[in-house]
Write a new protein. Structure first.
Length: 187
């Protein structure tokens, strides 16, 4: 959401949050401490242990204001354009396997792919050396990876601040990675 790391929002039904025990202790989240028992402050203080992440709260507030001013429709439009361009350009690379949902309505700003015959960690390292940041690994989706018959993928994530030029840089870096590995690929 464009906010600093380490900040978030806990949203839940009041009756469920009241039943839950906090997982962090300290600060104003305690009502009373006894030798054998502790009672917690009422919501939301119950889940606010320790020193507040003031800079995170301010940053999150600014991020929320920025997103609200830009508008969700504009964000979706910008993201959709860059994703469509990325899918079109990536699909032109015959050495790439794309892992995309066939349902366009469910597609997010994430595109998973592999260079056929090259380990995703190697691809990610080459892309990194070209100034292109992707993630590689199983992305906490091991059941899906097993279903697809693969161990891991590279994953490019796009948001409304990405541009077609970012996609072009990704394509150039992928071509470089493929050129480096193509003589070793045995498929």
């Amino acid at each position: 959401m464009l906010a600093p790391l380490g900040i978030g929002v806990l949203y839940g039904k009041r009756e469920l949050l009241n039943k839950m025990n906090p997982f962090l202790m300290g600060g104003d989240m305690i009502e009373y401490v006894y030798e054998q028992e502790t009672t917690y402050a009422s919501l939301p203080n119950k889940f606010e242990a320790g020193t507040q992440n003031v800079e995170g709260v301010i940053g999150l507030g600014a991020a929320i204001d920025y997103i609200e001013n830009l508008g969700y429709n504009k964000i979706q439009e910008l993201e959709r354009k860059v994703i469509e361009y990325a899918k079109k350009e990536l699909s032109k690379l015959d050495f790439i396997t794309l892992y995309l949902t066939p349902n366009e309505e469910n597609h997010s700003g994430v595109i998973s792919f592999n260079i056929n015959g090259v380990h995703p960690h190697d691809v990610a390292s080459i892309l990194d050396s070209e100034g292109v940041c992707v993630r590689s690994g199983n992305h906490c989706a091991q059941p899906l990876m097993r279903f697809l018959g693969i161990d891991s993928t590279c994953r490019a994530s796009f948001y409304f601040y990405n541009t077609k030029e970012d996609v072009d840089k990704l394509i150039m870096a992928l071509n470089k990675a493929y050129d480096m590995f193509k003589k070793y690929i045995k498929i």
